[in-house]
Design a protein around this ligand. Sequence first.
Ligand SMILES: [Zn+2]
Length: 242
Amino acid sequence: MTLLTRREFLAAGLGGFPFFWRKRSLALAGMRFRIVRRGRSDRRYLWIHGDERTARDVLLEHLKTARGTAYLTTSLERTFPLLGGRIDPNRMFSRAGAAKNLRALNPQWTAAQLDAALNRLDRDRERFLRAILPPPGGLLIALHNNARGYSVRDEVPISDRVSLADPDHPNNFMLVTDPADFERLARSSFNVVLQNTAPIDDDGSLSRLAARRGVRYLNIETRLGDAKSQREILKFVTELPR
Ligand SMILES: [Zn+2]
């Protein structure tokens, strides 16, 4: 192998190495996420359900001015293909939660097929989490939309603390894992629930994983199509202290 001179190295376009090695996408068991980076920040953003387009639009618009790294699903549907079946990506964050979801979505699967899919998820999960989870002190913000009646009322019975400042809009709320964030947000005009204790029934969602690992996590859930509310909440959340 020939050693490149500095001039050749730069001419080859490798002088910009801090950029070329940075990946533009990330995958877990074949499920691909596009990475959008804006400056240096310990803020992470995740858009995980491909059918929740309002959340994607609001997030991409937000990143025109805000700093942070965003991970966006490349699926156009809610679920991802996995080994000939399908999975809800927000149920893949624990083996137990993924098993329940895979059984429901792929009733024709044999026990061996189910095991193969769960093993594949187990093998890739930590590498994926190392990328998307924020550094200590950082914050992970997930954006979701609902259209099928899901609302804060479904979360109230399984939450540690609840503040319903906007009871007329139960579809618009935040779910947080950090008690200090809850304190601040409970003084806002938005609905917020705190879930910071390890759940008895782990559904495999990212919020449950974040609670279990003590990760500072915040989920902004608004009605599909209500970009105005989601934008407003995201702007408010961005001003939370670091
Ligand atoms: Zn969702």
